[in-house]
Design a protein around this ligand. Structure first.
Ligand code: MLT
Ligand code: ZN
Length: 463
């Protein structure tokens, strides 16, 4: 009697295609059972490591034939449970698709496989004087960043993945490989499929190649560091800088708790106060002028002090500390988890949004911090919770819900850059209304068997 299950049949088929690159060991499955979120892990049945688009198409076709889930996986740095294979099946890890296919300096673009990480691409670009600008902090894979429509510290100046992906190759859920977009900087032909797949979180297909924009590395860079007496003054200063038109390359907000954790983790001694970190790009004269213009604005908003420098070591140290913030926050209470939030609001509503978020944390029993890519109106909360304490989890959940409710009320969004994953599904209806029905129809049309990253966007949301 044949007792093979659909997934065991797929595993047998893929073993003969991929050999050792189809893993079923517990350690590999465990590694692919979670992301960086606090959400409960779930094991995939097997993990495939394709090297080519043909192999991706064969994996997806085998899964489609047997109705087995496929979950695309990049670097595993997502923050809302995107890559957790909650229905099991095959996790398709793109790490071996890590080839930079082509760099075209004259067109300011690069063509990469999805497993190339942003740092890997930037190392490769050094000689060209160009850079890939999107910087979410983690050394994420570019395929993963596109799938999440990620952004980070530099999007205020250079845009998010939406602005930086020109074209894609995608294997659709029936195993067909398609090209979306072109190398032209603009086009008015057809539905914009590139941007349908950007942000679709692996629910509509597997990205197998990306054409991304590059930007010239600035001739000079300066950074400024500016503590304020209150959160509101810091945020009002950012709004003034943006409205004045200073083309800041980065402007990051860290509240007092975040500054204290950075000081502790990265051995710095910044004054413990709500703080802005600026970065300016341009010629030497222009970065100096921008730094001084920002100084005037910050001083007019009662900044405690304002220090700027073009020193590379100092700059690298500051940004390394900012990028280590996730780990610095985790280190505040060893053994605790971070319950993270990520909303974006119109910049005119940013000061009141951050102030309300801070007041909510202060009124709770939890310790928490706020940081933000404030030039975009985007900020993150992180509540520290004991993973074994259900009271903490409930309090954090309620506070995170209130954070999103307030953002939606002022015309904002439930996620600025971390995406929907599993944690934010419940807000989709509230944010998008009947547009969610259109999203469902798109999902059903492209993935009628519901094999692509099931249990996530497209088919599962609560009203
Ligand atoms: C960041 O801004 O550092 C990332 O989005 C991750 C985080 O929220 O901690
Ligand atoms: Zn962020």
């Amino acid at each position: 009697m044949d007792i093979a299950t659909p997934v065991s049949k797929v595993i047998t088929e893929l073993k003969s295609l991929l050999g050792d690159r189809l893993a079923t060991s517990n350690s590999v499955r465990e590694h692919h059972s979670h992301d960086t979120s606090r959400l409960a892990p779930h094991l995939p049945d097997a993990v495939a490591f394709p090297r080519t688009e043909e192999e991706v198409a064969a994996i997806v076709s085998a899964c489609a034939a047997h109705g087995v889930p496929v979950v695309p996986f990049g670097a595993g740095s997502s923050m809302e449970g995107h890559t957790i294979p909650i229905r099991g099946g095959i996790t398709l890890d793109t790490r071996e698709m890590n080839r930079i296919v082509e760099i075209r300096p004259e067109d300011l673009l690069a063509v990469v496989q999805p497993g190339v990480t942003r740092k890997q691409l930037n190392v490769e670009l050094r000689e060209t004087g160009l850079m890939f600008s999107v910087d979410p902090g983690a050394d994420a894979s570019i395929g993963g960043m596109a799938s999440t429509r990620g952004s980070g510290t530099t999007s205020v100046r250079y845009g998010t993945m939406r602005e930086n992906v020109l074209a894609l190759r995608v294997v659709t859920p029936d195993g067909t490989a398609i090209q979306t977009g072109s190398r032209a900087r603009k086009s008015s032909t057809g539905y914009d499929l590139t941007h349908l797949f950007v942000g679709s979180e692996g629910t509509l297909g597997v990205i197998t190649e990306l054409t991304v924009r590059l930007h010239p590395i600035p001739e000079a860079v300066s950074v400024a560091f500016c503590p304020f007496p209150t959160v509101a003054q810091a945020v009002e200063a950012v709004i003034a800088c943006v409205q004045y038109g200073i083309p800041v390359a980065r402007v990051e907000f860290l509240d007092e708790v975040a500054i204290a954790s950075v000081n502790n983790y990265s051995k710095l001694d910044m004054p413990v106060a709500p703080t802005l970190l600026f970065e300016f790009h341009g010629t030497s004269a222009w970065v100096e002028e921008q730094a001084k213009l920002a100084e005037d604005i910050c001083t007019a908003h009662d900044a405690i002090s304002y220090r700027w420098t073009a020193d590379t070591d100092e700059r690298n140290k500051l940004w390394q500390a900012r990028h280590d913030l996730f780990w610095a926050t985790k280190a505040i209470i060893p053994g605790y988890d971070l319950y993270t939030g990520d909303i974006c609001v119109p910049i005119s509503r940013l000061a009141e949004s951050i102030t309300a978020a801070r007041a909510d944390i202060d009124a709770s029993s939890l310790k928490g911090q706020i940081i933000g890519h404030v030039g975009d109106g985007n900020f993150h909360t992180a509540y520290l919770i004991d993973p074994n304490n259900p009271v903490h989890l409930k309090e954090a959940e309620e506070m995170a819900d209130r954070l999103v409710e307030r953002a939606l009320k002022v015309g904002g969004t439930a996620s600025g850059e971390h995406g929907i994953g599993m944690a934010k599904l419940k807000f989709m209806r509230k944010e998008h209304g009947k547009a969610v029905d259109v999203m469902e129809k798109i999902k059903a049309a492209l993935d009628p068997k519901g094999i692509m990253n099931p249990g996530k966007m497209g088919s599962e949301w609560s009203a």
